[in-house]
Design a protein around this ligand. Structure first.
Ligand code: HEM
Length: 395
């Protein structure tokens, strides 16, 4: 039975996940009290089956969890049709491929500024941190600009988001719970303030757009507006930071893959970013609840039971991928499901792909001889898998 919080598992979950796939069907996990779908076919089916819903289980309703609860139950991610369809269609337009593609020059400009600063740090201190100095600020700045979140308060986003997402791990501590409640409260109140401000003075940003929909009535209420903005601000950077970090560390640790990025970064970018997300998925586990008895593979998930889709495991399935344990930045056939599948398929996938495909070649064009300066430090979490710091230097 997998111990999801064991340090050895968090460090490298893939050997145990490979054993789980060998079972050939979803397996019941007593500790989590849910089924685990580890094979690509099953994990994919979990996300696509209508009778397996994303149903948020509130924590102690009517207590101090109230705000944390509605920040989830009123968001796109934690709702099901018809509410999900309504909320997703309201923000869908803002994330369409053509709207997102128009952001490319701005993303490149921001990446260029961060690389200038990293260059300075490198020259003065000998190293810089790929997370704190590059992978993290870029998506934070992009999503903040899209929503019209004030520049001077951007530094608040990552700590709020980090505190909230700790609750998605298995067994969060009492302290983590208290921090999550406080962050939910502060974040919700901050966004409420922005909404009031934008109603008075409309801008070109997404918060202004949603505030005017809310004012017109019917389509969006205040809680849904706040929950949606908080979700977008969190989802808009959390996985992107880790997707970049996980992929770049794996590449920096493999001479042959590193050579591809050094010699022809633009030539391999498209396949490289898909391989980054396949090889070490930044989001590893998503749960669903059966609204009626539902067959997945060879097992029946009874009404009310939960089943987890293990994305990182699915992405290493030997029945789907050729040599899945090897990183291949030129991999052509790559049906990775790191962005999920079905109705909750990542709304931000075009944005995440654009950020990665802009920032990866720019990094290697600026620093072709980049290498790890010391052992990178992993976060001690499994569901949101990523690095705390990745110190690099140039050879
Ligand atoms: C590499 C980066 C990213 C990865 C790997 C990723 C992954 C995912 C996954 C797996 C889901 C589905 C969860 C489920 O089925 O339960 C999801 C949903 C979502 N993602 Fe992303 N995401 C990334 C970046 C982004 C960005 C940049 C945004 C920007 C706004 C974003 C916004 C969302 C939203 C709003 C949802 C909920 C969609 C729905 O429920 O209909 N994501 N993401």
């Amino acid at each position: 039975m997998i111990d999801f919080s064991a340090p050895s598992f968090v460090k490298d979950p893939y050997p145990e996940l490979a054993l789980l796939r060998k079972e050939g069907k979803p397996v019941w996990h007593d500790g989590l009290g849910m089924w685990l779908a580890a094979k690509h076919q099953d994990a994919n089916a979990v996300l696509r089956t209508k009778t397996l819903g994303r149903i948020f289980t509130p924590r102690d309703p009517e207590t101090q969890w109230n705000e944390f609860n509605w920040l989830h139950s009123d968001s796109i991610l934690d709702s099901e049709p018809p509410k999900h369809t309504r909320l997703r269609s309201l923000v869908g337009k803002a994330f369409s491929r053509s709207r997102i593609d128009s952001l490319k020059p701005e993303i490149e400009r921001l990446a260029g500024i961060l690389l200038d600063k990293a260059d300075l740090k490198l020259r003065t201190t000998g190293t810089f941190d790929l997370i704190a100095d590059y992978a993290e600020p870029l998506p934070v700045k992009v999503i903040a600009a899209l929503l019209g979140f004030p520049d001077e308060d951007e530094h608040l986003l990552r700590p709020w988001s980090q505190a909230i997402v700790k609750m998605y791990e298995v067994n969060p501590s009492e302290q983590a719970q208290a921090e999550a409640r406080l962050a939910a409260h502060e974040f919700a109140e901050y966004v409420r303030g922005l909404m009031v401000e934008r109603k008075a003075r409309r801008g070109e940003d997404l918060i202004s757009e949603l505030a005017s929909v809310e004012e017109a009535g019917e389509k969006l209420n205040t809680q849904e507006l706040i929950a949606t903005c908080v979700l977008l601000l969190n989802a808009g950077h959390e996985a992107s930071v880790n997707g970049f970090g996980n992929g770049i560390v794996a590449a920096l640790q493999r001479e042959d893959q590193l050579a591809l990025l050094r010699t022809n970064p633009r030539g391999v970018t498209d396949t490289a970013i898909e391989e980054f997300l396949r090889f070490d998925a930044p989001l590893q586990l998503f749960e669903r609840t059966a609204t009626q008895d539902t067959k997945v593979g060879e097992v029946t998930v009874l009404e009310g039971q939960k089943i987890a889709s293990l994305l990182g495991s699915a992405n290493r399935d030997e029945e789907v991928f050729d040599k899945p344990e090897e990183m291949d930045l030129t991999r052509a056939n790559n049906p990775q499901i790191g962005f999920g599948a079905g109705i909750h398929f990542c709304l931000g996938a075009p944005l995440a792909r654009l950020e990665l495909s802009a920032s990866l070649p720019m990094l290697f064009e600026r620093f072709p001889n980049i290498e790890l300066a010391e052992e990178p430090v992993r976060r001690d979490t499994f569901v949101l898998r990523g690095y705390e710091t990745i110190k690099v230097k140039t050879a």
